[in-house]
Design a protein around this ligand. Structure first.
Ligand SMILES: [Zn+2]
Length: 262
């Protein structure tokens, strides 16, 4: 039987206008809290999913290393991911798979950590799943995304032979399916996990970063291909039509989990 737990790794700040793109502040402020300057608190809600054989981590948060250059984001209340995993009864070495929705630093930063100024791999026994398109983007970033990627987060993992790149939809194991979507960035992995009783656990990453972004047209201005974001949301809703879907919203500081009937 599959079990899961949300791991709240910390928060940072982002401009609400950017998070909700063309939606007027009057409208989005009713759906997501902001301060007087329109700054929103965003979370980094990772997900740990396990059964008898596998321990799967979905995204890692920013981690705690080398945050000086990123002070603009005001990272706060950061937790050590490995501490949160130990609280669930697992050692980092027991994590079998790390599924990375994409490789922006707020999603894969904790794949490595520093000790004595050396970079180390956090989950040395895990296969780290990423799409081939996203990997190519990471290695050769476009001008809009270049500051969202850090080589220090994934290159050591790659050198250790722990990166698995998928080219299309992929079944991680029975009832745990990965699908690829463009929009926010190219080749994002969205995870669909069957919980039984027609219930699905869905981890959309930044395809739907907060519950307020659930409406098709509430698209972040950070997305490099907004029309693809729109199409991705429609597809996800079509695929899960008629089912109860338990969404995990990675960036939602207030409602990380919501059950929505499609
Ligand atoms: Zn993000």
């Amino acid at each position: 039987m599959v079990q899961y737990r949300i791991l709240k790794t910390g928060f940072f700040e982002a401009d609400g206008g950017a998070m909700f793109g063309a939606i007027p502040k009057r409208a989005w402020k009713r759906m997501y809290e902001a301060d007087n300057e329109g700054i929103c608190l965003l979370a980094m809600n990772c997900l740990l999913v396990w059964n008898e054989k596998r321990v799967v981590l979905l995204d890692t948060g920013i981690g705690v290393k080398n945050l000086g250059k990123l002070s603009y984001y005001h990272f706060q209340h950061l937790e050590e991911l490995t501490d949160l995993i130990r609280l669930q009864g697992f050692e980092p070495e027991q994590v079998t798979d790390v599924v990375l929705s994409h490789l922006h630093f707020d999603h894969c930063g904790a794949c490595t950590y520093t000790r004595d100024e050396k970079l180390n791999i956090t989950f040395p026994e895990a296969r780290h799943w990423v799409s081939k398109t996203q990997w190519d983007n990471y290695m050769n970033p476009n001008e809009l995304e270049i500051h969202s990627f850090r080589q220090q987060d994934m290159i050591p993992v790659w050198k250790a032979g722990l990166v698995e790149r998928i080219d299309g939809d992929y079944e991680l194991f029975e009832g745990f399916n990965l699908s690829l979507f463009d929009g926010h960035t190219k080749g994002q992995i969205v995870s669909f996990i069957e919980l039984g009783n027609k219930e699905i656990l869905l981890f959309p990453g930044d395809v739907i970063p907060t519950k307020a972004n659930f409406s098709d047209s509430w698209i972040s201005a950070y997305d490099i291909e907004p029309l693809e974001s729109l199409a991705a949301k429609k597809t996800i809703k079509e695929w899960t039509g008629g089912k109860y879907v338990k969404y995990i919203f990675y960036h939602d500081a207030y409602e990380p989990e919501a059950i929505l009937l499609q």
